[in-house]
Write a protein that binds this ligand. Structure first.
Ligand SMILES: C[S@@+](CC[C@H](N)C(=O)[O-])C[C@H]1O[C@@H](n2cnc3c(N)ncnc32)[C@H](O)[C@@H]1O
Length: 237
């Protein structure tokens, strides 16, 4: 997987949120959390697995709302950030952080109501087997996001240290099919790439976001969106 080594460094983990979700990036953090809550909520007493949970942005948010959450990640330093965040939020006894590889999930079949992964699909070298693993351990729902081909993300990708795997809608639909998942809802956003938001102050980012939202709501919106959120259900067979 791309990024497997990158996130093992203490300083990378410490700076992860500050670099991405300060300034205009706050807006992205809010939007992503909303996407998760729209798909997963209400979460009270749901068993949720978050794969590649990183610093626990969503893990802690879901535990605060009453879910029983397992956050899994391969990076010890990223998980350490998550543990600190959970302690501060007073939810550390409602969730478990686990160091493990997303490629081989250490759980029996049908272990969770919801299995989710944010900002991870672009790092997966074998998306088909990763999605099958997600489906295997889920009783009901699989939720993830992707970065899209033929959008501003393609340009932005050049500037990234490890690049990302980009997807078309057709590819995701084929991957869901072969994993035995049925698409329940898809949502598409961000005509402008994330990188642009995090370079600018919050006030300017709000203006950019208004233009972005107008573009996304236009008839061309789906084609322009650089990010997609996929909410799928386990096929009842
Ligand atoms: C871009 S971060 C996303 C973190 C979090 N989901 C978020 O949205 O803030 C990618 C995460 O994937 C984790 N990762 C990379 N390869 C992995 C693997 N093979 N198994 C589990 N986690 C992995 C990294 O350690 C890192 O925390």
């Amino acid at each position: 997987m791309k990024g497997q080594q990158w996130y093992q460094e203490d300083d990378i983990a410490q700076e992860y949120e500050e670099k991405r979700f300060s300034k205009g990036g706050r807006l992205i953090d809010r939007r992503e959390k909303q996407a998760v809550l729209d798909a997963v909520g209400p979460v009270e007493e749901k068993d949720v697995l978050e794969i590649a949970c990183g610093t626990g942005r969503f893990t802690v948010m879901l535990a605060e709302r009453g879910a029983d959450v397992v956050g899994l990640d391969i990076s010890g330093p990223m998980l350490q950030q998550g543990r600190t965040k959970a302690q501060r939020a007073g939810v550390d006894d409602h969730l478990e952080f686990m160091r493990s590889d997303a490629a081989r999930l250490p759980f029996p079949d049908d272990s969770f109501d919801t299995v989710m992964a944010m900002r991870f699909f672009h790092l997966a070298d074998q998306p088909a087997s990763f999605l099958s693993e997600m489906r295997r351990v889920s009783r009901e729902q699989v939720f993830f996001d992707t970065f899209n081909r033929f959008t501003t993300r393609s340009i932005y990708n050049w500037a990234l240290p490890m690049g990302s795997r980009l997807y078309s809608r057709w590819e995701i639909s084929r991957l869901l099919d072969s994993a035995g998942l049925e698409l329940a809802r898809d949502d598409h956003d961000f005509a402008f790439p994330y990188g642009l938001y995090r370079q600018i102050p919050n006030e300017l980012a709000s203006t950019l976001r208004e233009i972005d939202t107008t573009l996304i709501r236009s008839p061309l919106g789906k084609r322009l969106a650089s990010v997609s959120y996929w909410d799928a259900r386990v096929d009842a067979q």
